[in-house]
Design a protein around this ligand. Structure first.
Ligand code: ATP
Ligand code: MG
Length: 577
C-alpha cells in the first residue's frame, strides 16, 4: 500500500480526555475516532488490525469445530422476558421501541437469541453437541464508558454457545474451548493467563477468564511461580497455615495512651513497631447482628469479596459509619479492637497466628499492648478464624505448589459452563435416545475483539508509540525513501523493492509522501510497524539499504541484493516467536 493511496491521519499530541496509553496511542496513530461517549469509528489503519484479530479468532474457532452464524443485534423483549433478564439486567440494557410500539433491546449478549434458535432448529440428540459462534457488535450502556475501545458502549465480541445432552459432554467442549483460547492468544502474540473466575451459584471449576498481562490492567491476578495456578486476587483463597506459630502469651497485657494515633501507620510510628505486630479491626454490618468486627493483620488488606460470602456478614458488604460505631461500640473507629468488644468478631488466619500484638482498646486515645488471643479474648475458637484477607506476593500458592506472584491483567475473554439456566427458562429440549424430551445443557464463550486491540497496545508500547506483535500489525514493514522527489535513483529503487516485497505476500506500507524524513520515521514508529527499510542516495551509492526492527537500538546496513530475502526471513522469524 502506498500512503498516498491510503488514509493516514496521525496526531502529534494526545487528546486531553484519553487517560490510558492505548487510548492515547490509538487516537494518535489514527486508528479510531470518537463519535460520542463509548462510540468509536474504526479508521482504515485501526480496521486492518481489528480484521487480523477477527481472522485469527475465526480460524481457531473453525478449527475447534464451532460453526459460524450471525444473529441480529436487535432483539425482541419477549425473549428477555422469558429468561427473566428483561427486569434483571438493569440500565446497561438499551431498550428501544419500534413504530408499532413493540419493545426491543440492542443485544448486550446473545444467550436468549441462540437458545431460541436452537429450540426451533435442533430436534434430536444426534445433532449434539453443537457449538455456534458469531463475531458481532454488542451494545452495553456502561455506567462509565472509558479508556476508548477498552470499555466502550458499542463493541465487537466473539460469542459462542455450545449445547449438550449432559454435563460430561459440556465439560469436553469447555476443555476444547480452553485450548482454543490458549491458541488464539498465543497466535495473537500476547502474554496472557487463564484465570479461575467467580463461578457464582454454579460452583465447581466452571469459569475461566483470560487476561492479557499489562500494568494498567483493572484486575490483579495471583499466580503460582511453579504451576499453572492463576486466580483473580478477589477470589484467591489463603488457607490456614499448617504449622501455626506458638501463640502462647509472653508479655503482659497493658493499656497504653496513644493520643491522636488513628491509622495503623500512626500507631506503628508512635510505638516503633512493624505493621505485622498490630491488628486492624474493621466494622461492617452483620446479617444477624447489627455489626460484625473483621480483624486482619496491620500489613494485610481486607478482601471484601471473600468477607461478604461469610454467613455472619451482610451481603453486599457495607462498612459501619463512624456514628454507628460510636453508638454501638462506644469509641471512634481508630480505637476499635477485638478484646471485650460488644459485637461478633471474625479473625483472619494470619491475625489468629499472632501473639503479643497491639490492638485498639475500645477507648478513644488508647491501645492495648501484649495482647494474646487465648488468654485475652474470651470467644476464641476454631470458628472465629476465617479467610478474609487479600492474598499477597510471597504467600504459598493455594494449589500447594510454589509461592504467589501478583500481576495486573485486562480481561479479554471469558468461558463459562452455564448449565441449564437459559435452556430451562426457554424450554430448549431435544429427544434423547430414550425418545424422551431432555432439557439441553449449555456453555458460553466470549472474547472482546475490540478490547483485544487496546489490550495488545497496553502490553506493547514505548515512548515512541505502539509496538505491534507481528501477527496483528496493520502492516508488516515500512518502506521509507529519503528525498525521493529529487532523486530518481531513490525513486527507482523504492519502486522495485516495493514490487518485489509485495510479490512475497508481505504487507508493506510505502511512504511516498513528500515530508521530512524525521516526520516519516515518527509516524511509522507511532503506528508501530514491526520492520522498516530506508532507501537513500548515500546507501545506494554503496549498494546498501538500511534496516531497523521497531525495537532495535541500531539500524543495520544490508546489501541491496540481499535485502528482500533478509526482510522475508526477519518477518518469518518474528511470526514464529
Ligand atoms: P467486564 O467485567 O470487563 O465488564 P463482562 O464480565 O461484562 O466484562 P462478558 O459479558 O463476559 O464481560 O463479555 C465477554 C467479553 O467482552 C469480556 O471478556 C470483555 O473482553 C468484552 N467486553 C465486555 N464489556 C466490554 C465493553 N464495555 N467494551 C469492550 N469490551 C467489553
Ligand atoms: Mg461488564
Amino acid at each position: 500500500m502506498r500512503v498516498s493511496q491510503f488514509f493516514l491521519s496521525t496526531l502529534k499530541e494526545s487528546p486531553a480526555d484519553a487517560e490510558v496509553i492505548s487510548h492515547q496511542l490509538m487516537l494518535r496513530a489514527g486508528m479510531i475516532r470518537r463519535l460520542a461517549a463509548g462510540l468509536y469509528t474504526w479508521m482504515p489503519m485501526g480496521l486492518r488490525t481489528l480484521r487480523k484479530v477477527e481472522n485469527i479468532i475465526r480460524e481457531e474457532m473453525n478449527k475447534s469445530g464451532a460453526i459460524e452464524v450471525l444473529m441480529p443485534s436487535i432483539q425482541p423483549a419477549e425473549l428477555w422476558q422469558e429468561s427473566e433478564r428483561w427486569d434483571q439486567y438493569g440500565p446497561e440494557l438499551l431498550r428501544i421501541h419500534d413504530r408499532h410500539d413493540r419493545e426491543f433491546c440492542y443485544g448486550p449478549t446473545h444467550e436468549e437469541v441462540i437458545t431460541d434458535f436452537v429450540r426451533k432448529e435442533i430436534r434430536s440428540y444426534k445433532q449434539l453437541p453443537i457449538n455456534f459462534y458469531q463475531i458481532q457488535t454488542k451494545f452495553r450502556d456502561e455506567i462509565r464508558p472509558r479508556f476508548g475501545v477498552m470499555r466502550a458502549r458499542e463493541f465487537s465480541m466473539k460469542d459462542a454457545y455450545s449445547f449438550h445432552l449432559n454435563k460430561e459432554c459440556l465439560e469436553r467442549t469447555y476443555q476444547v474451548m480452553f485450548t482454543t483460547y490458549q491458541n488464539i492468544f498465543t497466535r495473537l502474540g500476547l502474554e496472557f493467563r487463564a484465570v479461575e473466575a467467580d463461578t457464582g451459584s454454579i460452583g465447581g471449576n466452571a469459569s475461566h477468564e483470560f487476561h492479557v498481562l499489562a500494568e494498567s490492567g483493572e484486575d490483579a491476578i495471583a499466580f503460582s511461580n511453579q504451576s499453572d495456578y492463576a486466580a483473580n486476587v478477589e477470589l484467591a483463597p489463603v488457607y490456614k497455615p499448617h504449622n501455626t506459630t506458638d501463640t502462647q502469651s509472653q508479655a503482659n497485657l497493658e493499656k497504653i495512651a496513644t493520643p491522636d494515633q488513628h491509622s495503623i501507620e500512626d500507631v506503628c510510628n508512635f510505638l516503633k513497631i512493624k505493621a505485622d505486630q498490630v491488628i486492624k479491626t474493621l466494622v461492617v454490618k452483620g446479617s444477624s447482628s447489627p455489626l460484625v468486627a473483621l480483624v486482619v493483620r496491620g500489613d494485610h488488606e481486607l478482601n471484601a469479596v471473600k468477607a461478604q460470602k461469610l454467613p455472619d456478614v451482610a451481603d453486599p458488604i457495607e462498612f459501619a459509619s463512624e456514628k454507628e460505631i460510636q453508638e454501638e461500640l462506644g469509641c471512634k473507629p481508630g480505637s476499635i479492637g477485638p478484646l471485650k468488644l460488644n459485637c461478633p468478631v471474625l479473625i483472619d488466619h494470619a491475625a489468629t497466628a499472632l501473639k503479643d500484638f497491639v490492638c485498639g482498646a475500645n477507648e478513644d486515645g488508647f491501645h492495648m499492648k501484649g495482647a494474646n488471643w487465648q488468654r485475652d479474648f474470651e470467644n476464641f475458637d476454631e470458628t472465629t478464624s476465617v479467610d478474609i484477607r487479600k492474598i499477597v506476593e510471597g504467600d504459598p500458592s493455594p494449589d500447594g505448589k510454589g509461592t504467589v506472584q501478583i500481576k495486573r491483567g485486562i480481561e479479554v475473554g471469558h468461558i463459562f459452563q452455564l448449565g441449564d439456566k437459559y435452556s430451562q427458562a426457554l424450554k430448549a429440549s431435544v429427544l434423547g435416545d430414550d425418545s424422551k424430551e431432555q432439557i439441553l445443557t449449555m456453555g458460553c464463550y466470549g472474547i472482546g475483539v475490540t478490547r483485544v486491540v487496546a489490550a495488545a497496545i497496553e502490553q506493547n508500547f514505548d515512548e515512541y508509540g505502539i509496538i505491534w506483535p507481528q501477527a496483528i500489525a496493520p502492516f508488516e514493514i515500512s518502506l521509507i525513501p529519503i528525498n525521493m522527489k529529487k532523486s530518481t535513483q531513490v525513486q527507482k529503487a523504492c519502486e522495485r523493492l516495493y514490487e518485489e516485497i509485495k510479490q512475497k505476500a508481505i504487507e508493506i506500507l510505502f511512504d511516498d509522501r513528500d515530508l521530512r524524513v524525521g516526520l516519516l520515521f515518527k509516524d511509522h514508529e507511532l503506528i508501530g510497524i514491526p520492520h522498516r527499510i530506508v532507501v537513500s542516495d548515500r546507501g545506494l551509492d554503496n549498494g546498501m539499504i538500511e534496516y531497523k526492527g521497531r525495537t532495535d537500538k541500531e539500524a543495520q546496513q544490508i546489501s541491496i541484493d540481499n535485502i528482500v530475502d533478509f526482510v522475508e526471513e526477519k518477518i518469518k522469524n518474528s511470526k514464529s516467536n
